[in-house]
Design a binder for this molecule. Structure first.
Ligand code: AMP
Length: 512
């Protein structure tokens, strides 16, 4: 079968040729005719199967058949990156068609998005939170929407977006075509589908199993050996680009720093970064300026980056589905790839579940000799090292959940690497002096109840009214405010010094 069989507009065919799609992928083969036949569609397909094209191609075709000056299609996506990616596909496929689209996502220019919405672009690709925010400011006319797409519906559910999605759907015309794509079909998604869809055609491809094209390896090792193994793998494997998944935002930052120190050009991405930083990191990775990216699961789903040759699970994912999604970043449609999981003793249970799912698709590997040799040496020095420092408690709360990533709500202060206290040094004269000084200082320190008050006041500080997504950049003082503040300072007269200053300070009063 070729795309010619769908009898698509020539302009759209040109777009398909431009981006090198010769024949439809299996999911496209089934969903394109169904959507062109005005059917609602539930698509359950593995990532990397061409699912974006499966809905973008027929939507563009339908709009070409019946153009309008109003927005006709609304595509909702759980993450900003996925929304951007969908928008990019619309741009590429629709390049010769004149079809317009806007990306309405958090962290990007609010007023530009508002302009695009007002102008009535053909297709809006949005994250639910930002679209809801826009509806608070704009009187958006949804009455001409004919196509609604819920992409990665299960993920939207995981992220707690369902109430926002439902609010948006309530504003749409009842007479519309609804397309829902989801890797898994939990009961809540099935219920939602029942409520909002009309006799949907179900297109199911085996989900939750990794693509055959991904070679899967695992290494059992001590956590302290993980960085060495990563460096070794990157030095010995043949690869173009590599994603390393870490469980926490803090872990992501730390690993990026460590790898760079070890001479590996790596960037990083996680939900605490503002959108600009996320875009920069992703673009640098896509154009291979930084061929390695360390990421949390924010990069695990839906993101399409060509030629990712290696996936490394620095931490074993906590759910089998996350494993499937992570390794699905490689071996994308018609390509092959390798996924390597580093398993330490604490990961045993999670690894067991993954193993049970993928069975002998996953091969356990022996540590390379170079790392085995270093084992005993490093262990003894490590023991010495740790004995002088207090053991830190495990911090499960740092594990980044999908919800945290998407809404970017977690306080960035929690991401700051904490410094360990220096171990106590032997008693010395200097130290005794310092102790005396500390005693004197402590007299000046606020008393406990003063401290408590200060903490309470801090808590009472007003929270920004901006959207949840915008608040991710909450630590950054808006440029406008900086500008205003600095302007004010520049305008205020500089105090003159010395006697002349004293005289000058009285002059205006004398003048009056
Ligand atoms: P998706 O599942 O939409 O993220 O797509 C995965 C990858 O397959 C992307 O790199 C697409 O550009 C590519 N792709 C989608 N459809 C086709 C097609 N018909 N022919 C070749 N590549 C495709």
């Amino acid at each position: 079968m070729t795309f010619n069989d769908f009898d698509l507009h020539n302009e759209l065919q040109s777009g398909l040729r431009d981006i090198g799609y010769k024949e439809p992928t299996p999911i496209q083969e089934e969903s394109i005719p169904a959507i062109l036949n005005q059917k609602d569609v539930i698509g359950a397909a593995q990532t990397g199967t061409g699912k974006t094209g499966a809905f973008v191609i027929p939507i563009i075709e339908q709009i070409l058949k019946d153009p309008s000056e109003h927005t006709q299609a609304l595509i909702l996506s759980p993450t900003r990156e996925l929304a951007q990616q969908i928008d990019e596909q619309i741009f590429a496929l629709g390049y010769h068609t004149g079809i317009s689209s806007a990306n309405v996502i958090g962290g990007a220019d609010f007023s530009k998005q508002a302009q695009a919405i007002r102008a009535g672009v053909d297709i809006i690709v949005a994250t639910p939170g930002r679209l809801i925010d826009q509806t608070k400011v704009l009187d958006i006319d949804f009455s001409h929407i004919k196509y609604l797409v819920l992409d990665e519906a299960d993920r939207m559910l995981d992220m707690g977006f369902l109430p926002d999605v439902t609010k948006i759907i309530d504003k749409l015309p009842k007479e519309r075509q609804t397309l829902l794509f989801s890797a898994t079909m939990p009961a809540q998604i099935k219920n939602l589908a029942k409520k909002i869809m009309k006799q949907p055609v179900k297109i199911e491809f085996e989900v939750s199993t990794p693509a055959e094209s991904v070679e899967q390896h695992a290494y059992q090792l001590h956590p302290n050996k993980k960085v060495d193994l990563v460096v070794h793998l990157l030095e010995t494997l043949e690869w173009e680009s590599c994603i390393i998944f870490s469980a926490t935002k803090r872990g992501t930052d730390k690993l990026e720093r460590t790898l760079n120190k070890r001479g590996i050009n790596a960037g990083s991405i996680h939900g605490d970064r503002d959108q600009d930083e996320r875009n920069k990191a992703l673009n640098a990775f896509k154009n291979k300026t930084t061929p390695v990216i360390v990421a949390t699961d924010v990069l695990a789903r839906g993101i399409d980056i060509a030629n990712v040759s290696v996936i490394i699970n620095f931490d074993v994912p906590r759910a089998v589905d996350d494993y499937i999604h992570r390794i699905g970043r490689t071996g994308r449609y018609d390509k092959s790839g390798i996924a390597i999981t580093l398993v330490s003793r604490n990961d045993g249970k999670y690894f067991h579940d993954i193993r049970a799912k993928v069975k002998d698709q996953l091969k356990e590997k022996d540590l390379p000799d170079a790392l085995k040799r270093g084992d005993s040496k490093k262990k003894s020095s490590r023991r010495k090292h740790t004995s002088s420092k207090p053991k830190s408690k495990k911090k499960h709360q740092n594990t980044e959940t999908d919800k945290q990533q998407s809404k970017d709500t977690s306080a960035s202060s929690s991401q700051k690497p904490r410094r360990r206290r220096k171990p106590a040094s032997p008693q010395s004269k200097g130290q005794k002096k310092q102790e005396k000084k500390a005693k004197r200082d402590s007299a000046k320190k606020p008393k406990p109840d003063q401290k408590k008050k200060a903490r309470e006041n801090k808590r009472k500080e007003p929270v920004s009214s901006q959207s949840k997504e915008q608040s991710s950049a909450g630590n950054v003082i808006p440029a406008e405010r900086i500008k205003k503040a600095t302007k004010r300072n520049q305008n205020s007269p500089k105090p003159a010094k010395g006697i002349w200053g004293l005289v000058k300070s009285f002059l205006p009063k004398i003048g009056k």
